[in-house]
Write a protein that binds this ligand. Structure first.
Ligand code: DGL
Length: 280
């Protein structure tokens, strides 16, 4: 059923299953500080990484509709799992019915686009959630652009819980960081580039660097996503004029506000104010 959303220009919506999208938002705001942003974290239902296609699609669709209702014309799914499992259905099935002029963009395609210029051996590894690896989204997107690249993926189910429980720099994290890196190296010894295909993983970078051979280049997504958005807005002036320019950022969470504020400080090193919102 066709819904009516506000027509006036509004903020750019940034959605994640929880806190991880804050690492993407941070880079986007660094490259495009002039726009207004509305960040929505579905912390009450995180993690998405272990959930089925149907559930991730359903949750993500609810969030996109909410962001449209709140005035966003453009929404970034700053979550690999949501980009892998929900983006295509939302773009193809829902947008034509909801409002064909609004746009939802993911973060896997911009990462795939950069890979061809980074790898020399043409062997690339992907470290991501179980959901993202099982979806095969990285090999599919990379092969559309660079069919010659060999892509190997390893799921890292313990990395998000380590970050969320503030153990990313603790001694206990070493075991699981090393375990998944060793699995990746054992899969293909010609890998020269490793994609950190989950928004939480930049917080594990010091440990990942410790166990990843120095010859392997690490690709964190934030910078690529931000530059891709810059390029998108340049190529789509009709969308750019629908994005307000006040330099503000408003945060919403489906969990308790105090909990979000406390944990968000691990991801953004500045105090923020957050408001509770319900998606159901
Ligand atoms: N933000 C998610 C991603 O990038 C990870 C967290 C989750 O599993 O919900 O895949």
């Amino acid at each position: 059923m066709k819904q009516t959303f506000p027509h006036t220009p509004g903020p750019i919506g940034v959605f994640d299953s929880g806190y991880g999208g804050l690492t993407i938002l941070d880079e986007i705001r660094r490259v495009l500080p002039q726009y207004d942003y509305l960040y929505l974290g579905d912390n009450a239902r995180t993690p998405y990484g272990t959930r089925s296609f149907e559930v991730v699609y359903d949750f993500t669709r609810q969030a996109v509709v909410k962001l449209f209702e709140m005035g966003c014309h453009l929404v970034i799914l700053a979550c690999n799992t949501a980009s892998a499992k929900a983006l295509r259905s939302i773009q193809q099935k829902d947008l034509p019915l909801l409002d064909p002029a609004r746009r939802v963009l993911g973060i896997i395609r911009p990462t795939a686009e950069c890979i061809g210029g980074v790898t020399t051996s043409r062997h690339v590894g992907v470290l991501a959630t179980v959901g993202t690896i099982n979806s095969q989204s990285y090999p599919l997107e990379i092969h559309k652009l660079f069919p010659d690249i060999v892509v190997s993926g390893v799921p890292c189910p313990m990395w998000v819980p380590l970050v969320e429980s503030n153990e990313a720099t603790g001694e206990g994290a070493d075991y699981f960081v090393r375990k998944y890196i060793d699995q990746l190296l054992a899969t293909d010894e010609q890998i020269d580039t490793a994609i950190l295909g989950c928004t939480h993983y930049p917080l594990l970078l010091p440990k990942i660097r410790r166990y990843m051979p120095p010859a392997i280049r690490l690709v964190a997504q934030g910078e690529y996503v931000a530059n891709s958005l810059l390029d998108y807005l340049r190529r789509h002036p009709e969308m750019e004029t629908h994005c307000t320019r006040g330099g503000s950022c408003t945060f919403y969470t489906t969990e308790a506000e105090e909990k979000f504020t406390e944990s968000a400080s691990l991801f953004l090193h500045q105090p923020i104010k957050v408001q509770h919102i319900s998606l159901e």
